[in-house]
Ligand binder design. Structure first.
Ligand SMILES: [Fe+2]
Ligand SMILES: [Fe+2]
Length: 257
């Protein structure tokens, strides 16, 4: 499978710098902290990890996410010393809230293979476009861990998605995330144009167009389906997700030895 790579290496690519872009970088790192804190809810998945090796992986991942949250908090303090951690608006929070799976396969697909892929993609965009050694070094260290989490999620997804219905269903769940990201871009675009530098606005556009398309293609390849943005499929699979979720997980206790 081809690695996800946004087409962001043009010589004219925008650069983010300190102190000019400190507000934007602090805002992005604060959103990363939100994501890492959500990652702590990986703990719930211990209830339905299928075996001890998976439970062990989750335990290690939780330690990773706690360490990442601390590193991002230090990056916020480094980029915008003395200012409070910037908060996300209500609407943005709702859109970006992770659609966490409540059975093992949904968890591995939505949280790890898709959710963390989006985060990694944003990190890679920053690594390629930020002119600050300390920030880049920290992001590279975190990205290494995230790649491990994604690889585990993808491996579990491949093992699960062996029937046509399962592939159809997971792709429908993916579309919910994909549409949410499209909406997030519309919301963020105006705010970034108003508040931050032209380089930031250009970078955001590159990220939400190229990276979004790259992730959609990568996910379609992972599931072995055609890249098809069907609103009907998204709604139908979301309905199935909501209907079966109240029961999911409760009767799926881990058969530990
Ligand atoms: Fe993380
Ligand atoms: Fe992670």
């Amino acid at each position: 499978m081809k690695p996800v790579q946004a087409k962001i290496q043009q010589p004219t690519a925008p650069r983010l710098r300190l102190p000019e872009d400190r507000e934007l970088l602090a805002f992005v790192f604060a959103r990363f902290i939100d994501g890492e804190m959500t990652g702590l809810s990986e703990g719930h998945a211990l209830n339905y990890a299928p075996d001890l090796a998976s439970a062990d992986f989750l335990a290690k991942q939780i330690r990773d996410e706690i360490r990442h949250a601390r590193m991002y908090a230090r990056l916020v303090a480094y980029t915008a010393p003395g200012s409070a951690v910037p908060r996300a608006g209500y609407l943005l929070k709702q859109i970006m809230a992770p659609l966490s799976g409540r059975v093992w396969a949904e968890h591995c697909f939505l949280d790890k293979a898709v959710g963390e892929r989006w985060v990694l993609s944003l990190m890679e965009t920053l690594i390629a476009h930020v002119d600050d050694k300390k920030i880049v070094t920290n992001l590279k260290a975190i990205a290494r861990d995230e790649r491990g989490h994604i690889a585990f999620g993808e491996q579990q997804t491949r093992a699960y998605a062996h029937s046509r219905w399962r592939r159809y269903y997971l792709w429908g769940l993916f579309l919910r995330v994909d549409f949410a990201m499209g909406l997030a871009y519309r919301l963020l675009r105006r705010m970034i144009q108003r508040r931050y530098s032209p380089a930031a606005a250009q970078l955001l556009k590159v990220f939400f167009t190229d990276a979004r398309q790259g992730i959609a293609q990568h996910t379609a390849d992972l599931l072995g389906v055609r890249l098809n943005r069907s609103f009907v499929q998204m709604l139908f699979c979301q309905l199935v997700f909501l209907l079966k979720s109240p029961f999911a997980g409760r009767f799926h206790r881990t058969p530990y030895p």
